[in-house]
Design a protein around this ligand. Structure first.
Ligand code: CAO
Length: 409
């Protein structure tokens, strides 16, 4: 049986005699559920929503936006679709609680700017459920009008938490000792930091590695000559690589760049600061050799000797680890043929260098194989910025620059 109910403005709390209608959320003909808001009121101390305690269809709206109303005034009439007597009592209790909450809010509104549970827009039943499940409403994203938290929003938050909890459970420590003896080795601070950076670089940067070989026979002869002329310093392959890479970066500025945060702009850097991966007992550190376009092989060699020693002695200043535009990771002193280094964001490329070896290379002019010093190089690049063809052209050009050192001998 259908029944018409009139919703009146309840008593708003101590000291609040009236309120202005700031928003009317329903119109005649609208279907409304219990707990759904009908109107938003603003008093001089607080903003509050008046929910319906009846499920039905709005028949008439008695209030006007901007007008003041007082307790007892008619708000709307609703034609109910089912008997509501049993539920009405329960709803009345919740309504009283809501009014109590609003009163608390009113009292705290001028005393603090911190949001309390009462300041979030939601229905009493959602508020009650959140309280029972010990979920703070500040953690729930409201999808309703003016950020109102609906029952579905709360359920979504609960599901989200349950999924996360499930994932955490999957990550639970495995008891490896069940299969044999184990030792627990705490990671060094540097290793932990490197791990986090590598993880995010791997996740965020779509990276590809281009492998190539460079003939460094001439460079090696020149290096030996320089070493003889400068007996107080040790000149390895690395300073030559730094110089050659710098020349290549000047020619291909995309590789000496960073992507803007909104990923819409490429920032070309017109300075050349090369990071060098140094293996230390505490883990990997990457000090930066600055302005490599303005330094010669001897200056870079001295600087490399100094920073690799201070890296191992943990004597680097934080400034010396910043500002790199490109990185070189050399495992040439150790061995291996090729490896794929990981891009060091916000840089967009990194060069991996492996151990040079004598290899037979066919000479068409001599129509025979000649022994050459061949350096394996691997360029890993951010594929959002650099295309495969660009990377291949870069490594080819780098090879030609390394070959040019032949002319210096
Ligand atoms: N091919 C052949 N020999 C090489 C070479 C190469 N590509 N690179 C270096 N060598 C030789 C050097 O000439 C030197 O030999 P001599 O003593 O006969 O001259 C010897 O190997 C040792 O060199 P080095 O490694 O001490 O010096 P470097 O300038 O080449 O490198 C540094 C310096 C700091 C980069 C290096 O010591 C280092 O720490 N490398 C490890 C970097 C690393 O861990 N990268 C991996 C990052 S990803 O996990």
């Amino acid at each position: 049986m259908k029944k018409t109910h009139t919703i009146r403005l309840p008593h708003l709390g101590e000291g609040v005699e009236s309120a202005d209608v700031s928003e009317i959320l329903v119109s005649p003909g609208d279907k409304i559920n219990t707990d759904e808001p009908i109107v938003v009121l603003e008093s001089d101390k607080a903003s509050m929503e008046i929910p319906s305690d009846i499920k039905g269809t709005i028949q008439e709206v008695f209030i006007e936006k901007g007008k003041e109303i007082i307790a007892g005034d008619k708000i709307v009439s609703i034609v109910s679709e089912e008997p509501t007597e049993n539920k009405a009592k329960e709803k009345e209790e919740e309504k009283q609680e809501e009014t109590k909450n609003q009163t608390i809010e009113k009292h705290t509104a001028h005393t603090t700017t911190k949001k309390t549970e009462h300041t979030f827009r939601t229905s009493p039943s959602v508020r009650k459920l959140a309280r029972e499940l010990q979920i703070s409403l500040s953690d729930v994203k409201g999808s309703g009008k003016k950020g109102r938290i609906t029952r579905e929003d709360l359920i979504y938050e609960i599901k989200d938490r349950m999924t996360k909890k499930g994932a955490d459970r999957e990550k639970q420590e495995i008891d490896y000792s069940q299969w044999g003896p184990v030792d627990f080795i705490p990671l060094s601070k540097v290793k932990k930091i490197t791990g986090t950076r590598m993880e995010s670089a791997w996740r965020e940067v779509p990276q590809v590695t281009q492998f190539d070989k460079a003939d460094i026979s001439g460079l090696n002869t020149y290096r030996k000559k320089l070493n003889k002329e400068n007996p107080t310093i040790k000149i390895t392959f690395l300073p030559f690589l730094i110089k050659a890479v710098t020349k290549a970066l000047i020619k291909f500025p995309d590789l000496n760049s960073s992507l803007s945060v909104d990923k819409k702009t490429l920032i070309h850097k017109r300075y050349y600061h090369i990071g060098v991966a140094v293996d230390t007992p505490g883990g990997l550190v990457v000090p930066v050799v600055k302005n490599t376009n303005k330094k010669d092989i001897i200056e870079i060699s001295k600087e490399l000797e100094d920073i690799s020693r201070r890296s191992r002695e943990k004597q680097l200043k934080p400034e010396e680890l910043k500002g790199g535009t490109f990185t070189i990771s050399s495992l040439g002193g150790i061995g291996g043929t090729y490896f794929s280094p990981i891009v060091n964001p916000p840089q967009v490329a990194i060069l991996g260098v492996s151990k040079a070896k004598k290899e037979p290379v066919f000479s068409t002019s001599k129509n025979s194989f000649m022994p050459k010093d061949i350096l394996p190089i691997s360029l890993t690049y951010d594929h959002r910025v650099i295309d495969g063809a660009q990377a291949a052209v870069f490594t080819k050009y780098l090879g030609s620059v390394l070959l040019e050192f032949l002319q210096e001998t």
